[in-house]
Design a protein around this ligand. Structure first.
Ligand code: UDP
Length: 434
């Protein structure tokens, strides 16, 4: 085969489409990560192809994000939404179509960065078939996740095996926090090479507006929120944003607010934001949470604005007094750094990547997962001391600026790609004959 080696970076994210809207059941941090890493790498001079699975016939096969960064959707199984635990059987077709795409374009991808275990399997096949080098980011570890759920899916053993194999065979694993590295070592394998490169956030998009201005803007849009929330300056706003998934621990937050000293104040407001689809698992979780809200007599203080658009999200973060991330487990947790970038303190579960991003007593507070009392007192402490709250918010902003900007993250990944492959971004646009 007279094929050339195309000096591109390939990001594979089988179930997390980087071009899709986030905030729904299966669209969350991974989609955001892949998209922002891709776009930031393109700014550094790489040509970036991001492969994902096509989930409906109306979707474009190729989405151009910027001149050097695109999403390519491949057929694998039905052109329909398939829960991630049911995708594995369609992966051979994904690999075939990726190989076909290369063939049609007459190039071979030398370096592949895979995301989540499904893509890890795809990457391992490409490594075997054509000697591509592989970098892998887990986003979630089966061994840790299965420890926090009551029902383990049928696919569990396959996933655990793939996660072990990729750790031992990839050129490099990217852990997004020291906690995740530690989990890989204690739960997955002592073999394989791991680098720590965190997730990032857009420090210009988040943090560009202060609380008063954010509330004023949201006030003018309030008819679309349609509830008791006024976004007035005297409201104490506690916010959750993210997917509706039981493991996100939204119930803990709701119960904590019910117990709060401030509960009887007319100013306390709880926002629970995120998309959901009736009848799907996120829709069912939202319904469950709404029922708890009703049972606890909290309707008047609680607002469900649905999925927040990219435009509104920074305003909501800036408008909130405290952002709560009550997950049972979180490998990284983008929401925490987005809130911190917006100058808003975070109360988070004392787990996983949240132990890395949130510095207790400096940028927010940590509480044991599922511990209603602890979340309640942490939220109350911050809400009742506005000076301290502002100080925590400022320190959070600073921490994100120095440690978690997408550009900084992309630079670190770029250096890693070069170290492994000898390709530099300056070479990236060129095509080399094999
Ligand atoms: N998100 C959003 N709109 C919403 C809810 C969530 O844009 O209505 C985004 C949020 O800003 C974050 C991502 O979805 O970037 C969630 O990532 P995180 O790592 O916190 O959680 P995951 O979804 O990966 O479990």
């Amino acid at each position: 085969m007279n094929s050339r080696t195309e000096e591109r970076i390939v990001l594979i994210s089988v179930h997390g489409d980087p071009a899709i809207e986030v905030g729904k059941e299966e669209a969350g941090g991974q989609n955001v990560y892949v998209r922002h890493v891709g776009e930031a790498l393109a700014k550094l001079g790489w040509k970036v192809d991001m492969f994902t699975r096509k989930v409906n016939a109306q979707q474009d096969d190729i989405v151009e994000h910027t001149e050097n960064c695109r999403t390519i959707r491949l057929k694998a199984g039905p052109t329909d939404f398939v829960p991630r635990d049911d995708i594995f059987d369609y992966l051979p077709e994904f690999v075939d179509n990726l190989l076909k795409f290369q063939q049609e374009n007459d190039f071979t991808y030398p370096l592949i960065h895979t995301n989540y275990w499904l893509s890890a399997w795809v990457g391992m096949q490409l490594k075997q078939i054509q000697g591509s080098q592989q970098i892998h980011t887990y986003h979630s570890l089966g061994a840790v996740k299965y420890n926090t759920v009551n029902k383990v899916p049928l696919i569990a053993n396959t996933r655990l095996e793939v996660e072990k194999n990729v750790l031992e065979t990839a050129e490099r694993i990217v852990a997004t926090s020291p906690q995740e590295e530690e989990h890989m070592r204690s739960w997955v394998s002592s073999e394989g090479q791991i680098d720590i490169i965190p997730c990032g956030t857009d420090i210009e998009r988040f943090g560009g507006v202060d609380k008063a201005a954010a509330r004023a803007k949201l006030r003018s849009k309030a008819q679309t929120v349609g509830n008791e929330l006024k976004f007035s300056l005297d409201e104490e706003i506690v916010m959750y944003v993210g997917r509706f998934d039981r493991r996100k621990g939204i119930e803990t937050l709701v119960r904590a607010i019910r117990k709060s000293n401030l509960f009887n104040s007319p100013n306390l407001k709880l926002i629970i934001a995120g998309g959901s689809r009736p009848g799907q698992s996120d829709g069912r979780e939202r319904e469950r949470i709404e029922n708890i809200v009703d049972e606890l007599g909290m309707r008047q203080v609680t607002c469900f604005p649905g999925r927040l658009s990219q435009e509104d999200l920074p305003l909501y973060y800036a408008a909130a007094d405290v952002c709560v991330v009550p997950s049972h487990y979180e490998p990284f947790g983008l929401v925490a750094i987005e809130a911190m970038a917006s100058g808003t303190p975070v109360v988070a579960s004392d787990v996983g990547g949240l132990q890395f991003t949130v510095v207790p007593e400096e940028t927010g507070l940590l509480a044991p997962p599922k511990d209603v009392e602890a979340f309640c007192s942490a939220i109350d402490r911050i809400i009742s001391d506005s000076q301290w709250r502002d100080k925590l918010g400022q320190a959070g902003r600073k921490r994100v600026e120095t440690k978690f900007s997408w550009n900084g993250v992309a630079h670190q990944l770029s250096d890693l790609y070069t170290e492994i492959s000898n390709i530099t971004p300056a070479d990236a646009p060129s095509l080399i004959e094999k």
